[in-house]
Design a protein around this ligand. Structure first.
Ligand code: CP3
Length: 344
């Protein structure tokens, strides 16, 4: 199936585009009343994510309502630890919690490498439904958490500002840490390949907690595993890979040397400096999501600064992290329209 709007794919591959493509991290979700209605019907986040027809419906909502140039499959990075034998709960107002954690070799032994065709069939089924219902309108993004970020949740058991339980293990038990990171990596490679077989047109790795590591720890405990994933997915498929390592401004040059096509940036990373550090890849980002709380004129001014700094080629517009749940969807839509108008 040829895509009607393939701007995002062409930008990711470094090909010329007529205007800058745009999508937003966390575009499907609580900012939209239409999402909240489907979530209500599903009863819980986990029911929604595990019911392919409903997950497909909320995946497509932002394409219709916001006018983004891509859909991202509605799921969560935490489905991988669950498929490895560690179930999670989504606690209202608090976020994900793992009742059990993995902190020693005995617990690690109970953890298996995920079998995506069985354990994550609901995500693959959702991808197939989305592809059919999108009918080539825009590309579909698949995703997974980067191994270090998944390691954080599996060891800590919940969100944290410091993830000091997770980081303690890196210092006190590097052998255990590397063994768990490798199991996550093997699971993630199989999962992303399965997403591509199901129809994902490109895939993104979210290393949301990259910024809590020192450069040396990042080089030891995160980058080598991201590299394995980029190499394996690139060898097995044709799809572009995006690496988004939030807070890892110190690792941009090394990330730029991976076998990925796109590097995601957060708002702490300067556009010109990033172009210099990552000369041969497409960049994605990086508006501060808080700009969308400002008035329309200010949103326009900030959007203009951003696209002027990045230019129109080898660039995918986005926020520097996910859109915050209390953002006015009209402001989100205005930001998307503004980027399209400024770069056409
Ligand atoms: O639109 C999209 O981007 C697709 C869906 C998506 C979700 N989670 C749905 C979700 C994606 C890509 C994710 C990734 C994810 N999940 C990350 C990486 C990106 C990032 O934000 O750094 C992380 C760290 C998680 C883990 C997670 N899931 C947390 C910490 C939370 C609670 C806090 C929050 O942001 O809501 C979730 C819950 C979650 N994942 C929701 C959604 C729509 C909210 C649940 C609800 O609807 O009640």
């Amino acid at each position: 199936m040829t895509l009607q709007n393939d701007l995002l794919l062409r930008a990711a591959r470094g090909e010329n585009v007529e205007r800058v493509p745009i999508w937003l991290m966390r575009q499907a979700g609580r900012i939209l009343a239409e999402y909240r209605a489907v979530r209500e019907k599903a009863g819980s986040f986990i029911n929604l994510a595990t019911t392919p027809e409903l997950a497909a419906e909320v995946t497509i909502q932002p394409v219709d309502i916001l006018g983004v140039d891509a859909a991202i499959i509605f799921s969560d990075i935490l489905v991988v630890p669950e498929a490895m034998g560690l179930p999670y709960e989504m606690v209202e107002q608090r976020g994900p919690v793992f009742p059990q954690t993995v902190r020693n070799p005995q617990q690690l032994e109970q953890i298996r490498i995920a079998d995506p065709e069985n354990d994550l069939a609901y995500v693959l089924d959702a991808i197939k439904i989305v592809k059919k219902e999108l009918n080539g309108r825009v590309p579909l993004i698949g995703f997974a958490g980067a191994p270090f970020t998944i390691f954080c949740y599996m060891t800590e058991g919940r969100g944290s500002k410091t993830f000091s339980v997770a980081k303690k293990l890196l210092y006190t038990d590097p052998v255990f840490s590397h063994a768990l990171l490798q199991k996550i990596t093997d699971s993630t490679i199989d999962y992303l390949k399965a997403q591509v077989r199901a129809g994902a047109d490109l895939v993104q790795l979210f290393d949301s907690w990259a910024g809590i590591l020192s450069p040396e720890q990042y080089r030891t405990f995160s980058l080598p595993y991201i590299k394995q994933i980029c190499d394996a997915v690139t060898a097995a498929t044709q799809v572009p890979v995006t690496v988004f390592a939030k807070g890892a401004f110190f690792a941009r040059q090394e990330i730029g040397q991976l076998s990925c096509s796109v590097v995601g940036l957060d708002w702490n990373m300067d556009a010109a400096e990033s172009r210099q550090l990552i000369p041969n890849k497409t960049l994605q980002g990086n508006l501060d999501p808080c700009v969308l709380y400002a008035d329309y004129d200010q949103i326009k001014a900030e959007a203009k600064k951003m696209v002027d700094a990045f230019g129109t080629q080898r660039y995918i517009a986005n926020l520097g992290h996910g859109v915050y749940p209390d953002t006015d969807p009209e402001k989100v839509r205005y930001f998307i329209e503004t980027v399209k108008n400024l770069t056409a």
